[in-house]
Design a protein around this ligand. Sequence first.
Ligand SMILES: NC(=O)c1ccc[n+]([C@@H]2O[C@H](COP(=O)([O-])OP(=O)(O)OC[C@H]3O[C@@H](n4cnc5c(N)ncnc54)[C@H](OP(=O)(O)O)[C@@H]3O)[C@@H](O)[C@H]2O)c1
Length: 253
Amino acid sequence: MKLNLKGKSALVTGGSRGIGTAICRDLAEEGVNLGINYNSSAAEAEALAQELIKKYGIKALAIKGNLAEEGDILGMIKACESAIGPVDILVNNAAYCPSGPLTSYTKEEWEFTFSVNVTGCFIASREMIKRWLERETKGKIVNVASQAAFLGSTSGHLPYDSSKGAMVSMTRAIAREVAPKGINVNAVAPGLVKTEMVKKNLETKLDSYLARIPLYRIAEPEEIASIVTFLASDAAGYMTGTTLDATGGMMMR
Ligand SMILES: NC(=O)c1ccc[n+]([C@@H]2O[C@H](COP(=O)([O-])OP(=O)(O)OC[C@H]3O[C@@H](n4cnc5c(N)ncnc54)[C@H](OP(=O)(O)O)[C@@H]3O)[C@@H](O)[C@H]2O)c1
């Protein structure tokens, strides 16, 4: 398959751990220069940048930025451009996922979840699209949503589930608006993936999760990363506004 990614530049939010790290590794293998965003996991992000520079000879920089803060996002994009040049691909991967029953959530918790998962995605997308329109670049945005957008959760993540629903809607709305400029905006909706985000639930309820998954296994982060790489590539050039399900069959439609 002709991905045509070599020499392109990508900014990956939440690249410091889990699926984000797998996405960075997968893109780096294709020769993509990387801005690796982190919020609290500085050491992990720095180590990843060094690993990928050494292994693939790409440019890579770990960039601190809290997606709940507009100023941080603007600064992160500028730092990324200074280090690796104009960005062609934005991967909105970072997310915050609180746990608890509906009745336990405060307005502050709800709003914080939306500020990271929805507003952060909007601001980063707005800033990249502004630049692409100025440069007349056919950039690509890939959003990491979740099957929770469609199915909800059995383990109490209401603000997160709702934020992922908003992300799926935003994917379509932005895609429709910028399609005439040749900019592609797509999303992937993973099921359960082996990362810190779901570690506790997998330890306590693995059997009940597996019972809902026709492929009868939990995904590896790399299995989501390869879909993101595809969506970021020219091979997916005729796709926009799509959310691809990667749930081991938990969600079929
Ligand atoms: N794991 C699953 O089963 C699953 C299923 C469906 C969808 N997803 C989605 O996949 C994506 C990655 O999740 P994951 O499982 O890899 O989670 P994870 O291992 O918990 O990693 C979360 C990442 O998000 C970053 N992050 C969190 N809050 C941030 C903030 N305020 N500003 C900037 N970065 C922030 C973290 O950065 P720091 O560590 O540097 O703070 C970390 O890199 C998320 O969008 C998640 O919703 C995951």
